[in-house]
Design a protein around this ligand. Structure first.
Ligand SMILES: [Zn+2]
Length: 142
């Protein structure tokens, strides 16, 4: 995946560099008929038109890649509000909403399963579970 990104961004940079180089070559020819260019008021079919077209094609290509490689699904996932369709539970340590997916950090404690946002919260919980489930830790000697 990173190789693919590297190749695409390199190709885009190389293409942009090539286009700008071509534009400067064309610019070098401009002074010979400068008086024409200055008083030209109508849209002209000149090098900027080709640049615009080239970038339109590039944009279309990138948009097509975006759609075909799951970009829309990614946007949908990002736009989804937490809790809209996933059943989230609360991290008892920091209070964050956690998706109780199989990959989530979790602990089974006294018949209940607790989920955590991170390994750190899980460790904090396991050191003193009673503090985070609304029950005071049994005091020694009490
Ligand atoms: Zn946490």
């Amino acid at each position: 995946m990173s190789l693919y990104l590297l190749a695409v961004s390199y190709a885009a940079m190389a293409l942009a560099g090539f286009l700008i180089g071509g534009a400067f070559q064309l610019l070098g020819l401009v002074p010979t008929n400068h008086h024409v260019a200055v008083f030209e008021t109508q849209p002209a079919w000149n090098y900027t038109t080709f640049l615009d077209l080239a970038f339109l094609v590039l944009m279309a290509l990138l948009a097509w890649r975006f759609v075909t490689t799951g970009g829309l699904e990614m946007l949908r996932v990002h736009a989804r509000r937490p809790g809209a369709d996933a059943k989230l539970v609360q991290d008892p340590v920091c209070g964050m909403s956690v998706d109780p997916a199989p990959a989530a950090e979790q602990i089974d404690y006294e018949g209940e399963t607790y989920y955590f946002c991170s390994e750190g919260c899980k460790e904090t919980f396991s050191k003193d579970p009673g503090r985070y489930i609304g029950r005071p830790k049994t005091a020694p000697g009490a």
